[in-house]
Design a binder for this molecule. Structure first.
Ligand code: AMP
Length: 439
């Protein structure tokens, strides 16, 4: 078995890993750390949950440590680009954790919070800057930052960057980076457009891949229930009550949809919160914190806001609506089954969404296992108070989805062991669906 110490990592990093309780490197760490320590460029196909943050943070920190330089005002030595604020904050925290025994200054800059404090934090220069592209460019335009001293550049979650319409920002940033640098490029999927984007940034990269392109996380047991859109709320309420849930993420396609689901669940006495692009950063942070520390076990999210969520112990992912981009399904279900655990993904599919389901099954090469509606579901639905529905029609839903749902910048339409989990979840086991047969 290979240990971190076999990879050539320095003592302060090994100590930090030990204090985090990490004993053995994950596959992406095994593949990426040695070439990165040699200063090579790297193109990685890896989903979140594979340990890719440490794969790039550890060798980079070692480089910074072995090549000390005084900080120059308004510059950074390493730039990490992340598509979302949450992921940026998480990456920065990982750098601080791994670099705890080093004199490394890590800052984050992202939108949705006042820029003044960020300008101040950059004034004396930083070692590692983790940024979302939009705010980074704002700061550069305001002459609060220059990229001229960047020695290591990381573009994380490249596929999501493109989905979010960041392509022009990325091209601008590319032009400002020094030619002489080490570049790292990560994406969960590597279709042609992403590979072409990677070519812009990389020189002779080492290629590593920890999951074949677009394969769904293997440990996630995937189920589908066919249900009318307007009955999904009732089904979700039932499932959340009966499933032995540790933590569940519920994905909706739109921000309004997420708010509606939260209102209806709360009205049914199920504590939960929403996280999406219309919420302030403070609201997003509070909701995520409550989810992390177990105050709430249900978080309702849109794709974009959920992107950076790394919360251990997410037992279930519910797709209240299927994403209209199949790759997004892979990201969603990747929120569960993290760090070697099992996970369950349950998708609610209305007639209009069957085409999306076909695309997902084609991409993942996994057929979702059908789970019937609960017994007596029609009677339950009939007896319930009418859930708050969208005032709009399928047409509006379609248009919202076409605009990119939660994403104002979008430029493209974008087995469980039912009943076998440990008790103490949100719901009781009693009504949980029984899985029939093995897979
Ligand atoms: P990432 O893919 O970077 O989001 O990491 C997924 C999760 O795995 C994070 O919670 C990390 O802290 C954790 N992790 C990273 N490397 C290891 C390791 N070698 N052993 C155990 N957990 C790890």
């Amino acid at each position: 078995m290979t240990h971190f110490s076999d990879l050539g990592l320095a003592k302060p990093l090994l100590a930090a890993l030990k204090s985090k309780g990490y004993e053995t490197p994950t596959p992406i760490q095994l593949q990426a750390i040695p070439p990165l320590l040699e200063g090579k460029d790297l193109c990685g196909i890896a989903q979140t949950g594979t340990g890719k943050t440490a794969a790039f943070a550890l060798p980079s920190l070692q480089y910074l440590m072995n090549n000390p330089k005084p900080r120059a005002p308004l510059t950074c030595r390493m730039l990490v680009l992340s598509p979302t604020r949450e992921l940026a904050a998480q990456i920065a925290q990982s750098f601080r954790d791994y670099g705890r025994q080093m004199q490394v200054r890590v800052e984050t800059v992202f939108g949705g919070v006042p820029i003044g404090r960020q300008i101040k934090s950059l004034s004396s220069g930083v070692d590692v800057l983790v940024a979302t592209p939009g705010r980074l460019l704002d700061l550069i335009d305001q002459r609060a930052l220059s990229l001229r001293n960047v020695e290591i550049f990381v573009l994380d979650e490249a596929d999501q960057m493109l989905d979010l319409g960041f392509i022009h920002s990325l091209k601008r940033i590319d032009k400002m980076l020094p030619k002489e640098r080490q570049s790292l490029f990560f994406s969960a999927t590597m279709p042609k457009t992403i590979a072409e984007l990677g070519d812009r940034f990389l020189t002779n990269p080492v290629r590593v891949s920890v999951t074949p392109e677009s394969t769904t996380a293997e440990r996630v047991q995937q189920f589908v229930t066919f249900v009318n859109q307007k009955e999904k709320q009732a089904l979700l309420t039932i499932r959340l009550r009966e499933e032995p849930i540790d933590r569940a993420l519920v994905f909706t396609r739109t921000k309004h949809g997420a708010d509606r689901v939260v209102k209806n669940l709360q009205a049914s006495g199920i504590p939960c919160a929403a996280i999406h692009g219309n919420k302030s950063q403070a609201q997003r942070t509070t909701a995520l914190q409550a989810f992390r520390n177990g105050e709430i076990r249900i978080l309702v999210a849109t794709d974009i806001a959920a992107r950076g969520i790394d919360v251990s112990g997410v037992s279930h992912v519910f797709n209240f609506e299927l994403p209209n981009v199949a790759e997004q399904y892979v990201h969603r279900i990747g929120r569960t089954a993290r760090a070697g655990r099992d996970g369950i993904a349950i998708s609610f599919v209305d007639g209009e969404e069957r085409a999306y389901l076909r695309q997902i099954e084609r991409l993942t090469r996994v057929q979702l296992e059908p789970v019937p509606l609960p017994e007596g579901f029609a009677a339950v639905v009939a007896s319930l108070p009418k859930p708050k529905q969208a005032p709009a029609t399928a047409q509006r839903r379609h248009e919202e989805a076409r605009r990119g749902g939660d994403n104002p910048n979008a430029n493209n339409a974008k087995r469980r062991r039912f009943g076998n989990r440990k008790p103490g979840g949100v719901g009781a086991h009693k009504g949980a669906i029984r899985k029939t047969g093995g897979r």
